[in-house]
Design a protein around this ligand. Structure first.
Ligand code: BG6
Length: 498
């Protein structure tokens, strides 16, 4: 709108997330003309830096989403002119007042002073700082730099505590300064293209929704793997572990979207109401259904890969899991008895995130014999490959062309790179844009967060109290063999391995 502006302050501007994700996403939005006409970007952190130095730092990571796009450098210069820096302490109201003053000077920089009356200044703060600083920043920002006549919103990102109690305490403290509507809790997996597409796939295609239940689905798998370890992040990671880092949020969010009932509308509250119902219907997690692992070092092809505990920032003898696999169950009419398997690991053989839906056998399948005894091979499987190389494919049985009658499984394949020219925006672009527009659909509501923590907290405590020893797996391998036994207990094979 002509009469309003938005100032986006990245608190913790010199950190990794800011450099790698937030500034590039803001530039991409600017490049695509998605930012409001009047906007300013402020970096805020303790280190001393000038505006020019900030622009220099930011410019080194900005890329146009497609190489060789037109006007890239021109657009970049224009964008950088709207970027400023203010150095200050995270708990200093004084410093935030100075920031607010600078914001005021820049907000309508191109509008003559006399015409600025009645214009609305909106303020968005991205807290790209460790959670122990959240409250200080929120306190100072809300008392000294919030908008006088528009909205003030705050984006926060996990870790939201370490367990139910600490997360609830954090929420309570945030709510001393903000109302729920001002808090945008990011789970960046919700901003990924294929995760957003989940509901489209399911609710706009007649052939899927009727099959989406225990009647036809045998099991669902949520798989996350990375082919690198925690190098450089060991200090952070050791305090959380893979269950808190990936499962309790990214994978659980995908599960909730996957399994929810049809929302009344596509409005944020309707969707989040359905997701929270799924989370609250889950059976308590059990230790015997959980496999944890940790990667160990080894040498392969002359290259030495470090063990998790080789990281200097990881305490010696740490038992923190870098791999976990579990089976979850949803206690409702749609999903009763269907195992939802999750597997997440670092330092594995590949980088991938996907959802696999394994369907039941065709009853009395005339063609069973064509598959010999391995009936598992004869069932349909829908794979949603969230990344990399985004794709949705359905494994179907098909006759191998020829005079005989031999069947094999082939893929009906929607390969994004082949089908769509437009390249896929980064999750942070979508989430930042939604936060600016006040669209809350992809953000986590506090009751969702509570439900996610209630589910995982007892199990996390048990693992820590009993000092469960992780199963060690070599860096770059397929992970602990225990994950296979877990799946086998439910008569399931991991789709990414079989
Ligand atoms: C973050 C985790 O939330 O997600 C990291 O803290 C992980 O450990 C990252 O590497 C994975 O995100 P993406 O988008 O690269 O799959």
């Amino acid at each position: 709108e002509k009469g309003s502006t938005v100032s986006i302050t990245v608190v913790g501007a010199s950190g990794d997330l800011a450099k790698k994700k937030i500034f590039p996403a803001l530039f991409a939005l600017y490049y695509e003309d998605c930012l409001p006409k009047h906007f300013t970007v402020f970096g805020y952190a303790r280190s001393k830096m000038t505006d020019v130095e900030l622009r220099d730092m930011v410019s080194r990571t900005l890329t146009c989403r497609i190489d060789k796009r037109e006007n890239c450098s021109e657009k970049m210069d224009q964008f950088l002119k709207r970027c400023f820096y203010h150095s200050g302490q995270y708990d200093s109201e004084e410093n935030f007042k100075e920031l607010a003053k600078k914001m005021k000077e820049q907000e309508f920089e191109d509008v003559p002073l006399l015409m600025q009356d009645g214009r609305i200044s909106n303020r968005l703060f991205y807290l790209s700082v460790p959670p122990n600083i959240f409250i200080d920043v929120v306190k100072c920002a809300s008392t000294s730099a919030s908008s006088a006549n528009g909205w003030t919103r705050v984006i926060v990102e996990k870790p939201f505590g370490r367990d139910f109690e600490s997360s609830a305490a954090l929420t309570r403290s945030l709510k001393e300064y903000l109302v729920e509507d001002q808090i945008f809790r990011i789970d960046h997996y919700l901003g990924k293209e294929l995760v957003e597409n989940l509901s489209v796939l399911r609710f706009s295609n007649l052939i899927f929704e009727p099959l989406w239940s225990r009647q036809y689905i045998r099991n669902v798998q949520f798989i996350f793997s990375e082919d690198f370890g925690t190098e450089g992040r060991g200090g952070y990671f050791d305090n959380y572990g893979i269950i808190r880092d990936i499962m309790q949020n990214h994978l659980l969010q995908m599960l909730a979207l996957f399994a929810m009932e049809t929302p009344v509308t596509l409005e944020a509250e309707d969707i989040r109401n359905e997701k929270v119902k799924v989370l609250r219907s889950m059976k308590p997690l059990q230790l015997e259904n959980m496999v944890i692992g940790q990667y160990k070092g080894h040498t392969k092809g002359g290259v030495t890969y470090p063990a998790y505990t080789d990281d200097k920032t990881v305490p010696k003898g740490s038992l923190t899991p870098t791999f976990a696999a579990t089976a979850l169950f949803i206690n409702n009419a749609r999903w009763d008895g269907v195992p939802f398997l999750m597997k997440a690991g670092k330092a594995l053989h590949t980088k991938r995130a996907e959802i696999r839906v394994q369907f039941r056998h065709v009853p009395g399948n005339l063609y069973n014999r064509s598959f010999g005894t391995d009936l598992d091979r004869a069932t349909n499987e829908l794979v949603i490959r969230v990344q990399p190389d985004e794709a949705i494919y359905l494994k179907i049985n098909n006759k191998v062309p020829g005079l005989g009658m031999r069947l094999d499984r082939s893929n009906l394949n929607l390969h994004y790179a082949a089908r769509y020219k437009n390249e896929i925006p980064d999750a942070y672009e979508r989430l930042l844009l939604d936060a600016i527009e006040g669209e809350r659909r992809l953000f986590i509501r506090s009751d969702e967060l509570d439900a996610a923590w209630s589910l995982f907290t007892p199990l996390l405590k048990e693992i820590e109290e009993k000092k469960i020893i992780p199963e060690y797996y070599p860096y770059g391998s397929r992970g602990p063999v225990g994950a296979h036994y877990l799946a086998a207990r439910y008569n399931v094979r991991w789709g990414d391995i079989s």
